[in-house]
Design a protein around this ligand. Structure first.
Ligand code: GRF
Length: 203
């Protein structure tokens, strides 16, 4: 399957996909990596792997709709089977969602529907949860609201309250990278169906 991955930061989830895709049996090829900002490690990881990159910053476009259209055109140009947002910190616009509906996979560092949004880890910590984790889901028009594909659980430790969630987020990312590689590989090799918000991957 043909993948485009969108990032906004360190790109360790992207790196896990790059490493997995080295094996032809994985069944996915990363055609390009897109970002909403320049000068991030995620883009350097793509360049180091010889993967084409593109950047669309909101400020480079007349307005949000123009940004949405430009991002959609850049991604569509690669004719992806799947788009993966891994630490992409922008809400995808209606044109993008319309173009790739049902084929956009996102990873979120909390157990959705709990703690959606850009601060899922500190929000869960502040709430005092005893377990949290990560969710791999299909993206719909909402924020972190699409059909759930897989989740992984991570225990919260007392010490996690001392550093604002940094250690907890790193432990979540360890689970998240494994889960994302597994789910993207299966979607790439076997496809999926969506029924009543359930995502069925052939057994
Ligand atoms: C991941 O935990 C992702 O779920 C969240 O931000 C983190 C990105 O990490 N949105 P990386 O850029 O893949 O290292």
């Amino acid at each position: 399957a043909r993948l485009v991955v969108l990032v906004s930061g360190s790109g360790t989830n992207l790196q896990a996909l790059i490493d997995a895709a080295q094996d032809p049996a994985y069944g996915a090829v990363i055609l390009a990596v897109g970002a909403d900002r320049t000068d991030i490690a995620g883009l350097k990881r793509a360049e180091a792997a010889g993967i084409p990159t593109f950047v669309h910053r909101i400020v480079d476009h007349a307005d949000r709709a123009a940004w949405d259209a430009a991002l959609t055109a850049s991604v569509a140009g690669y004719e992806p089977d799947l788009v993966v947002t891994a630490g992409f910190m922008k809400i995808l616009g209606p044109e993008f969602i319309g173009a790739f509906a049902g084929r956009i996979v996102n990873t979120h560092p909390a157990l959705l529907p709990a703690f959606p949004g850009a601060h899922g880890v500190p929000d869960a910590l502040a709430y005092g949860v005893k377990v949290t984790g990560c969710t791999v889901h299909l993206v719909d028009a909402g924020v972190d609201t699409g059909p759930i594909i897989a989740q992984g659980v991570v225990e919260v430790l007392d010490a996690d309250h001392a550093d604002g969630g940094e250690a907890l987020h790193e432990r979540i990312k360890t689970v998240e990278r494994t889960l994302l590689v597994e789910v993207v590989g299966r979607l790439a090799r076997e496809g999926h169906r969506i029924e009543d918000r359930k995502v069925w991957i052939p057994a």
